[in-house]
Design a protein around this ligand. Structure first.
Ligand SMILES: NC(=[NH2+])NCCC[C@H](N)C(=O)O
Ligand SMILES: [Mn+2]
Ligand SMILES: [Mn+2]
Length: 362
């Protein structure tokens, strides 16, 4: 049963556009690219139609042409040895046409894929549709949030995650770009510094790949919920930029109900539009925010996470605001853990989307 809330920024009939992103280049574990395929095969489209949505889905995005364009425009000698020749379950093994920049892995590929995702998400949002992006790894949020902010420049972001994903090129220890999207969206200094020595070369692929990202996300326009595994460098960045974050400690102290109210009040505080509409919200949900007992099949699980209900409550409450303009469900990895765990994680991914799109308990 779907609730009677009217989405404030969507055109009637309310339309959800599924943006399936089979992409894993922002982290080393194979399989996260299969996440969107499993979510759709589990019946997500049908489930949303049953909630009264008009659903647009014309297949998952294929990023093959991006790889092809990058590899064929590469000025890098294909016979040159690459930085990594690790085991074949390591998706971070670098392509000769996309060698690391500093320690950042697959920088050109991640950047180009996100650039395409940004265009697609922005297009749907400008049409008055709700883009629902299925990851794929969380580096994709550089694309989804760029797209949302292009269409709704006033939007605030609620980032639900065990991790802050705000490392810069200067602070990342892993070089995995899924741990960095927020810093690129904010244009934080550590990125500029690290790319300063990066000389533009003769071919497009050798130019600073992230130049397309407009640093449009203000530190005051994001709130985190669920954090519990934040790197030392990230803690410093959060403090210095006075970024609002509710960790699991806060969820324990206040309960999820108050935490979500505080998050919404924070984003809406000082935000006034003539017509008194609530501020548009982009929800970026990394399933590793949930406890590993709830969502086991994910690449960087951290114990002590959100319960099943806490995760769903966040989605339900955001739906109630009528202000949702963009949704990401990220980091479902159907290649990790046993079949039962995979089914469970995929089912949770689908039910989070349904909750954010108006499914009610009564
Ligand atoms: N989207 C994620 N699951 N991110 C995990 C990031 C882990 C770690 N902080 C890193 O930067 O590598
Ligand atoms: Mn995470
Ligand atoms: Mn994440």
């Amino acid at each position: 049963m779907s609730s009677e809330i009217t989405p404030q920024y969507l055109k009637a009939p309310r339309t959800a556009s599924i943006v399936g992103c089979p992409f894993s280049g922002g982290q080393p574990k194979l399989g996260v690219d299969k996440g969107p395929i499993h979510l759709v095969e589990a019946g997500l489209v049908n489930q949303l139609e049953e909630l009264g949505w008009n659903v647009k889905f014309d297949g998952h995005h294929q990023f093959e042409d991006i790889k092809y364009a990058l590899s064929s425009s590469s000025s890098i000698d294909p016979s040159a040895p690459t930085a990594s020749s690790a085991a074949n379950d390591d998706a971070s093994t670098s392509n000769h046409w996309d060698p690391p920049i500093g320690i950042l892995k697959n920088p050109r590929l991640v950047s180009r894929v996100c650039e395409e995702v940004a265009k697609v998400v922005s297009g749907h949002a400008k049409n008055g549709e709700l883009p629902v992006t299925l990851g794929g790894d969380h580096s994709l949020a550089m694309g989804t949030i760029s797209g949302t902010l292009d269409a709704h420049p006033e939007a605030g972001v609620i980032w639900v995650d065990a991790h802050a994903d705000i490392n810069t090129a200067a602070t990342t220890e892993s070089g995995n770009i899924h741990g960095m999207p927020v810093s690129f969206l904010m244009g934080l200094d550590g990125n500029h510094q690290a790319f300063a020595s990066f000389k533009p070369g003769p071919s497009p692929s050798s130019q600073t790949p992230f130049a397309w990202i407009k640093p449009v996300l203000k530190p005051s326009s994001i709130v985190y919920i669920g954090l519990r595994d934040v790197d030392a460098g990230e803690k410093k960045i959060l403090k210095e930029n006075k970024i609002k974050a509710f960790s699991m400690h806060d969820v324990d102290r206040y309960g999820i109900g108050r935490v979500v109210e505080m998050a919404l009040e924070y984003l809406n505080g000082g935000y006034a539009q003539g017509d008194s509409k609530p501020r548009p919200i982009h929800l970026s949900f990394d399933v590793d925010a949930l406890d590993p007992s709830v969502a086991p099949s994910t690449g960087t699980p951290v114990r002590g996470g959100l319960t099943f209900r806490e995760g769903h409550y966040i989605c339900e409450r955001i739906w109630e605001t009528g202000a949702l303009v963009g949704l990401d469900i990220m980091e479902v990895n159907p290649s990790l853990e046993d079949d039962v765990s995979v089914k469970q994680t995929v089912a949770v991914g689908c039910s989070l989307v349904r909750s954010a799109l108006g499914e009610t308990l009564l």
